[in-house]
Design a protein around this ligand. Sequence first.
Ligand SMILES: [Zn+2]
Length: 66
Amino acid sequence: MLVAAGLLVAFVLVVLLGRPGMRQCRWREDRSAGVDGTLWRCAACGASTPGARGRPPRRCLKGDTA
Ligand SMILES: [Zn+2]
């Protein structure tokens, strides 16, 4: 019975975390690509945007063509 409960919990977590728009963006700084400032790349959705160093974008830019 514990196994069934564990599977149910895991299934719920997968559904909740897998929903579009609920994924957390993971911004990574790429200083080699930026001429002025830095280039931020999202490891979750692959979006990239220029910005200031040490200050990652707050929202996901997936779908935007910057
Ligand atoms: Zn993203």
